[in-house]
Design a protein around this ligand. Sequence first.
Ligand code: NAD
Ligand code: DAU
Length: 329
Amino acid sequence: MLVTGGAGFIGANFVHHTVTRRSDFEVCVLDALTYAGDRDNLKEVAHDIRFVEGNVCDTELVDRLVADADVVIHFAAESHVDNSLRDPGPFVRSNIIGTYVVLEAVRRHGRRLHHISTDEVFGDLELDADDRFTEASAYNPSSPYSATKASSDMLVRAWVRSFEVAATLSNCANNYGPYQHPEKFVPRQVTHILQGRPPRLYGTGRNAREWTHVEDHNDAVHLILEKGRIGETYLIGSGCEVTNKAMVELILELMGEPVDRYEKVPDRPGHDLRYANDSSKLRNLLGWRPRHRHLGSGLATTIDWYRENEWWWKPRKEAAELRYSELGR
Ligand code: NAD
Ligand code: DAU
């Protein structure tokens, strides 16, 4: 199994999951080790995998690694919306060109591909409504990040239709869990509190997200790999939808702080209002059930992980906060 982006947050959790639960796979990770990827994230499984440092845009390297694999799980991408607003270039290169290079290699070698994507490709939903994205929702991305992920999905669909590439796709809601970069909402707030600083809430805090534990995302990916139909898309989401304000209050409460001890900061330009996925296709056809159905307990174990792994997040946080200070957020 070739795992692109396997040194990042979800990819590294996926590699841990695969190595510990699926001895039938030999795992090779291809990762460019950008600011978001680190071999530290794979330390515990370093002896069980092959690691190749390299870029998914490198046609020759990708061709060689795909030729050696039976199946490719494509996580590699630039993943942070705020960074895409500062500098979209790396997003266009890694997310669009990178996916094109992977697709051409799986086409040449006739390999099975699973493409990891996001619910952000559908744009956003109105606040205070109860509708959800489905697999049939129209693509309507808002940010450079989501536009490049939408492009990558379109390429995968076209390669399935035109070249009979054996690919499946999944679009997951917001993830949380260990090894998530402290630039992202949950680890940023948790590590702020651990440093005695108030969390930072963009705008009104009314924007809502559906939070899915990374282990549940990765269970779904294995299930799709095993039972999914070629050419199909599956939406993944826990059903745990909350406003950002409620999420900050929950984190503060779980960490024993007054729930109003947060700061409001200037909003993200073009900030998507609300995401929520209807994951009934995955639940009904493939039998997926999230293990972490209670946000409070999933968050509590995640907070413990950050409490115990300051060595991991501290240097990453310093660099991320420098980027945020330039944005005034
Ligand atoms: P991340 O930023 O933590 O990790 C991305 C990894 O990809 C890093 O290890 C990085 O070094 C690597 N990478 C980036 N560009 C590369 C390139 N050109 N060549 C090789 N490697 C490269 O991201 P994440 O949060 O783990 O997201 C992984 C995937 O899941 C992405 O495709 C993202 O769009 C998707 N996704 C993320 C979420 C979420 O909540 N984080 C939700 C749904 C979907
Ligand atoms: O929905 C899936 C997407 O979720 C993934 O495709 C992306 O890769 C992932 O980064 C995430 O995107 P978001 O933009 O939703 O996540 P982020 O963690 O950046 O922010 C979550 C929400 O919290 C969002 O409404 C912005 C807000 N926010 C974020 C930060 C970092 C704050 O209010 N304060 C903050 O400090």
